[in-house]
Design a protein around this ligand. Structure first.
Ligand code: SF4
Length: 332
């Protein structure tokens, strides 16, 4: 069963100008995004900065109101709630079932609170008695491989990786059904990134977490995700099981993202994004395929007709007119 189903999600921002603040255009930050996350599954949402992936995750958590579309969330088996348009009063009890791991472990923890209180805060807000809270904090510290003594210290006493473990413990305190991890390792050193990825893998196994893992490159999601959705200028351009996507990408943008991932055989690499030019402006996207000004495989049709996301083989979706004929370079 699916824990999350997102259909035709849109988040547009009006551009206003003049004394009367008339609407003169729209930034289509998210423009018709659909995907699902099954129970126990991790979906990675990947794309360059500004592609709309963080906007998608904020709409799911209702930190932003979607312009249109549907977000169906199953907080428990047999119950599905439509989140778009749900009144705040009804949203509040659902919040415990969806939690967030933040990007920056330095700013996301209150420096004036002891670690034990930080982790216990969601429990307190949800009415868990003090004695139970203490026991649960110890359990959670153990779960993220931190010593029990950490609970009586302040965040500044810990490294970035340790702070991210504390953030993960806080996110898991209420045993959420869905965790949204917003670039959870991008602020950390590469050696520490691997430790946090390993921790998340361990937690996925033990807790059967469903996770939306947001990342700006394909380097970090390879081992942590079951499937990958690649976003470009507000739309999903490719979705596939992780191993399939890395081995045989079907969209030229995925190929370019993969070119930045260290490959065992560098001769097989595709063209790097750096040489393909700047990302398109979501306020004024190019006609046809939004990737065409950067795409080394573009043909006349690409400049005129927007490709739809189509299932090219079972479970693999791509929006490229040439998806069936191009042989693109993957890694490993
Ligand atoms: Fe490139 Fe054309 Fe495919 Fe767009 S539709 S990715 S421009 S080949």
């Amino acid at each position: 069963m699916n824990v999350l189903e997102v259909s035709e999600l849109r988040k547009h921002y009006p551009i206003r100008a003049g004394l009367l603040r008339r609407e003169v255009g729209r930034v289509r930050a998210v423009d018709g995004v659909s995907f699902h996350i099954a129970a126990g599954e991790t979906l990675a949402l990947v794309g360059e900065s500004g592609c709309g992936k963080t906007t998608v995750s904020r709409c799911i958590l209702r930190a932003l109101r979607a312009t249109s579309g549907e977000i169906r969330f199953a907080p428990e088996d047999g119950r599905v709630v439509e989140l778009v348009g749900l009144p705040k009063r009804q949203l509040r009890p659902l919040r415990r079932h969806m939690q967030m791991i933040f990007q920056d472990p330095y700013s996301s923890l209150n420096p004036r609170m002891m670690v034990g209180d930080i982790i216990a805060e969601p429990l307190k807000v949800n009415g868990v008695p003090a004695a139970e809270r203490q026991a649960r904090v110890l359990e959670l510290l153990d779960l993220v491989q931190m010593p029990a003594s950490a609970r009586s210290r302040f965040p500044h006493a810990f490294s970035g990786g340790q702070r991210q473990r504390i953030g993960i413990a806080r996110a898991l305190a209420l045993q959420p059904r869905l965790v949204v991890a917003d670039e959870p390792v991008s602020a950390l050193d590469v050696s520490v990134q691997a430790q946090i990825i390993n921790l998340l893998l361990d937690l996925q196994d033990r807790l059967r977490l469903s996770m939306l893992f947001v990342a700006h490159d394909l380097g970090v999601v390879r081992h942590v995700s079951d499937r990958v959705a690649v976003m470009y200028v507000g739309r999903i351009v490719e979705v596939a099981p992780t191993a399939t996507l890395y081995r045989t990408p079907r969209h030229p943008y995925t190929e370019a993202l993969l070119a930045a991932v260290p490959a065992p055989d560098p001769a097989r690499r595709g063209r790097q994004l750096a040489v393909l030019g700047e990302v398109a402006d979501p306020a004024n996207p190019p006609p046809g395929c939004a990737f065409h000004p950067r795409c080394p495989y573009a043909v006349e049709r690409c400049r005129i007709e927007r490709p739809e996301l189509t299932e090219v083989t079972p479970g693999r979706w791509t929006s490229c007119h040439r998806a069936r004929e191009l042989e693109l370079a993957g890694v490993g």
